[in-house]
Design a protein around this ligand. Structure first.
Ligand SMILES: Cc1cc2nc3c(=O)[nH]c(=O)nc-3n(C[C@H](O)[C@H](O)[C@H](O)COP(=O)(O)O)c2cc1C
Length: 192
């Protein structure tokens, strides 16, 4: 039987949601800068399929620039109520403009306005000016759709390694690592 760790991820994710964990889709996402130094921030995962783990962001942000230089990325989820961690490592690619448009259309208007006025990761000199721009766009765009800014994009991290960690007492946790080679997944256990 073919092993499908992405299916298992989706099952664990549903179980985390059912357990009442707030924002089970929140995950830490690591990239590396041009000097090989890791950087890390939280994101909201929007979809997980065999093609990849999808999130949306400003492609001109620090993470966007880092991914352009080096598409290596890693994600980590921790769901305390189910005692589980999932770690994912892979390569990020940009999703099509059509896919980003489709998701953009589902976002709350406030999120669209915020994405349209924020130059994510750049220095903020004047918060009140940014808020004024937000209000201006809010008023100016009344009654019409807000266009997705070109820099607001979706990324898909195609997984190469996925590790499932389960809390076990006495601290001898269960770890199972899946590695994909030539499109085939194999798995082995790791010492905790
Ligand atoms: C729970 C949580 C979810 C977040 N989700 C996103 C997200 O989906 N996309 C995004 O661009 N930033 C998100 N952020 C903000 C990022 O953590 C980060 O501050 C921002 O993307 C800038 O990162 P960068 O300067 O490394 O590019 C989220 C923050 C938190 C705390």
């Amino acid at each position: 039987m073919a092993i499908d760790p992405v299916k298992r991820f989706n099952r664990w994710f549903s179980e985390a949601r059912r357990a009442g964990i707030p924002l089970p889709e929140a995950c830490a996402m690591a990239t590396v800068d041009s000097r090989g130094r890791p950087t890390l921030r939280y994101l909201l995962l929007k979809q997980a399929s065999p093609d990849g783990f999808v999130f949306y962001t400003n492609a001109q942000s620090d993470k966007g620039e880092q991914l352009r230089n080096n598409p290596a990325a890693a994600l980590a989820f921790y769901w305390d109520a189910t005692g589980r961690q999932v770690r994912i490592e892979g390569t990020a690619t940009l999703l099509s403009a059509a896919t980003a448009d489709k998701y953009w259309a589902t976002r709350p208007r406030g999120s669209q306005l915020a994405a349209a006025v924020s130059q994510q990761s750049r220095t903020l000199f004047d918060r009140s000016r940014m808020m004024a721009e937000y209000r201006h766009l809010e008023k100016d765009s009344e009654g019409r759709d807000i266009k997705r800014p070109d820099y607001w994009k979706g990324y898909s991290i195609k997984p190469r390694r996925i590790e499932f960690w389960t809390r076990r007492e006495p601290r001898l946790h269960h770890r199972e690592l899946f590695v994909r080679r030539n499109g085939e997944w194999t798995s082995r256990l790791l010492q905790p």
